[in-house]
Design a protein around this ligand. Structure first.
Ligand code: 5GP
Ligand code: MN
Length: 348
């Protein structure tokens, strides 16, 4: 994110700090569907710190998270709505305080939406996506941040909870920053990101271990699915500076697909010289899940919002389609010619 275009809404967090000062509160932290390292890192850092404050806390996720993030401290306290809906609803409806982390609109939490709106809890949003659109009591939103984890650290400092940060909490936050910046390759040009990392290192985190726990933790099937995708399912359109990868349900079954296995695949076409727009299409049970990435000023969140019911950041967004996988890919290809000028206008 360009620092000069930052959109910042930063409500004074003193009222929530005051609430958190009395132990015994029930705190629920909700995260977006298909949670990633930032959603999990941010929410688990909050959970661990609230536990240390003497509150009863839980993280509620609409669906399961990738296996390669299971090692993160506190995952045993994550309630998965799809699997334990009564427990998830109970936690949410009984909460005194609800934190929403790493998303900007309630469509991102699927069935948790209604309970969130119904709840009379004090609500806090911590997020770095543009255009937050949620009714909350405290909004901590800053698009110039690398990640929600970076903002959670800022929240912790501003609310006087800093002395409770320990190695586990710092590890969760570091993992959020590391994963949302592609290991510091994008969204990490601001000095605040590096200052945050420097401070997290002071808590004794083992950066190398956190890297290998996250990135050297895949199944053999996932690696072979990647190989298959690059060989058989990648299409490159040099005239539009675009590359895509797509998977039909049969492809996924053949490679024993598990949640999170295609995480990161969308970045591969971007590493081809001249490619600045990439998309990954994955066929799910009743829809096609899409990830978009771009380099430079082609705003994939606008593209996704316009054609694929989605949104996100300017260079990283997601969406979905209710056409078949073949028709979805066809529709995407049909859209490219109208973006030819925009996509090919760039300095490399
Ligand atoms: P991913 O491709 O990794 O699933 O998502 C990339 C980014 O776009 C993430 O920041 C994610 O939160 C956001 N995003 C993904 N899907 C959607 C969507 O359907 N709606 C919105 N508003 N944001 C999305
Ligand atoms: Mn994020």
């Amino acid at each position: 994110m360009n620092q000069s275009n930052a959109q910042i809404i930063w409500t004074d967090p003193a009222p929530v700090a005051e609430l958190l000062r009395t132990p015994g509160k029930r705190v629920a932290v909700i995260i977006h569907v298909n949670p990633d390292g930032d959603a999990l890192g941010s929410s688990l850092a909050l959970l661990n710190i609230f536990n240390k404050c003497g509150h009863t806390s839980s993280v509620i996720s609409p669906n399961n998270y990738p296996g390669f993030l299971k090692w993160m401290p506190g995952t045993e306290q994550v309630i998965i709505m799809e699997e334990s809906s009564a427990e998830a609803m109970d936690s949410l409806l009984k909460a005194d305080i609800i934190f929403a982390a790493d998303f900007n609109e309630l469509t991102r939490v699927k069935k948790l939406n209604e309970a969130f709106c119904e709840s009379k809890a004090f609500k806090v949003l911590i997020d770095h996506h543009p255009g937050p659109n949620m009714d909350v009591n405290c909004m901590l939103s800053d698009t110039s941040a690398s990640s929600t984890a970076e903002l959670v650290y800022r929240f912790i400092k501003e609310t006087g909870l800093h002395s409770l940060v320990d190695r586990d909490i710092a590890s969760c936050l570091f993992t959020g920053i590391m994963t949302d910046t592609g290991c510091f390759s994008y969204n990490s040009s601001g000095r605040k990101t590096w200052e945050t990392v420097a401070e997290l290192l002071d808590f004794g985190i083992d950066k190398d271990r956190l890297y290998y726990l996250t990135y050297d933790n895949f199944s053999e099937h996932r690696m072979r699915l990647l190989g298959y995708g690059l060989n058989e399912r990648m299409e490159v359109f040099p005239e539009y500076c675009t590359g895509i990868i797509w998977f039909a349900r049969d492809d996924l079954d053949k490679y024993h697909f598990e949640v999170g296995d295609t995480e990161g695949f969308v970045n591969y076409p971007l590493s081809i010289k001249g490619i600045r727009f990439s998309a990954l299409f994955v066929e799910k049970e009743d829809h096609v899940r899409i990830s978009f990435r771009s380099k430079g000023d082609f705003a994939v969140n606008k593209f996704s919002r316009k054609y694929f019911n989605g949104g996100g950041h300017a260079n990283a967004s997601g969406g979905e389609s209710y056409l078949s996988i073949a028709d979805t890919v066809r529709r995407f290809k049909e859209l490219l010619p109208s973006y030819k000028d925009e996509l090919s206008r760039h300095e490399d």
